[in-house]
Write a protein that binds this ligand. Sequence first.
Ligand code: ARG
Length: 588
Amino acid sequence: MAKFILREHLENIITDSLNVFIRTQDSQGKLDPATSYPAIIKATKAAQFGDYQVNGILPLAKTLGTNPRELAQAFATYFAQEHSKEFAKVEVAGPGFVNLFLNDVWLAELTPNISHLQANLQAQTAQNIVIDYSAPNIAKEMHVGHLRTTIIGDSLVRVLEFLGHKVTKVNHIGDWGTQFGMLMAYMEEVEKDPEAAGVSIEDLDGFYRAAKARFDADPEFQTYARSLVVKLQGGDPHYYAKWKQLVDITMTQNNRTYRRLGVLLTDDDIMGESMYNPMLPEVVEQALEQGVATLDQGAVVAHLSEFKNKDGEDLGVILRKSDGGYLYATTDLAAMKYRVEHFKADNIIYCTDMRQANHFAQIEIIARKMGYLPESTKVTHAGFGMMLGKDGKPFKSRSGDVVRLNDLLDEAVERTQALLEARNSDVTGEERQELVNALAYGAIKYADLSKNRATDYIFDWDRMISFEGNTAPYMQYSYARIQSILRRHTLPATEAVLITNPYERNLVLKLQEFADVLDKVGSQLTPHLICTYLFELSGIFNSFYENVNIQKTEEKDLQESRINLINYTAKVLEQGLKLLGINVVERM
Ligand code: ARG
């Protein structure tokens, strides 16, 4: 089966047809045989002008030196004959535009392809995609800063897998660095005398803060902490085990948050900074040998003419400090190499906030110079803006602290519970809990995913948990409403759909658009297009449902068609939400 996207299919038909036709009009050989002339296709604004307008005749008439209206008329006649299957009517308008009216019978026949959406979309070249997202730091709790990367990354994984790509999820956790000396030294003190320390390792933020305070206050402690860094880097098994314990405690807590959020990440996806540590000396030596980096006051620095520092000089990216230490950038360089070697990555996607865009662009330049990245391998920064409070400043708790992710999720659950009580939902027991979670976590995810990721967005509880507007609860409600309608009917044995009025027609056309949207999200890495689409679909469904009474439809074929249509709508809503990582519920 060849991939089928209605818009693309029609554009191809129209363009091909125009190019065949136009050559029959070129008695004087004015056209370039190698050129495909654009049909310049626009979706029309009003039904009386059909579905599409072809504007490419005008420039062609100019080239050929013929009358544009006559040329348009000749094309319209030719095209109407060639494509009577897809188009019911072809009309010339204005100085030489051609208006195309889709054939409702053909459209209706297409509709059951909604059931084979995935097979349809997978009929394209699969790529090896590595996606780097979430990446929290060890010995710290996840905070709201990790929300966007985690859920945007999760949605991109879902979409790319759905499109048939081989996706490798990478959780590049911050599990290496000199701070581990301090943490391990303090760990020993806490373990020796927990009472005196007054803090447990499980309380990650508290533990980190106490360790830092201890480190800052006592030079002897500092010396000892530094000696532990040396031991850890030298491969000392005792301190390796201590380090591992810190990683495990943190990731056990993070996994709980991941499960709560329903994201796909597991321990199998952990490829933290520590993993690349053994590769760093070689990478830096290679950079020196190849002349990509040079020694600069004892440090190894790659100077990039593509980036300037504040004095207007080539920017220097330090790969090794003069004390021999490596940096975040060095690790990312090694990671790029690794991802090409091990995963044969065609595309390496980084999902971090915009502030790291330059960092990845710089690493990419260095990696390309060093031959680590084949020309065919793309590097993509799927960057995102900041999460802001209603005051337009970075989102903080009332006391001005960073908000812990789990606290945010708790609040979402509380607010949703209150809202459901106010709505007198009669869903009870376990189903009630599921409903609360689906709504609460769905609301948070949707609010974030529905905005173009590149821009900052304002976190607003009331708006996101609302059952009105472009929100998860509204989509989930639309889905549940369709399910309640479907429970009153049996699903027809046939998948057939009929178009007998504009409401049905609009719905059919909108359903066809879903494949197009997913295809775009896959190439532009923009989940918000799914949200925009689902919101529009819900609107079109609502006006269909208000105007088409299924119960009172007497003709059996037509009633079955209408049941199929709402069933397809539910499937698309469910699939769309699932690709955003949001669950649907059958009842509210
Ligand atoms: N741990 C880093 C942070 O919290 C994000 C890592 C992103 N991935 C990478 N390959 N650098 O900012």
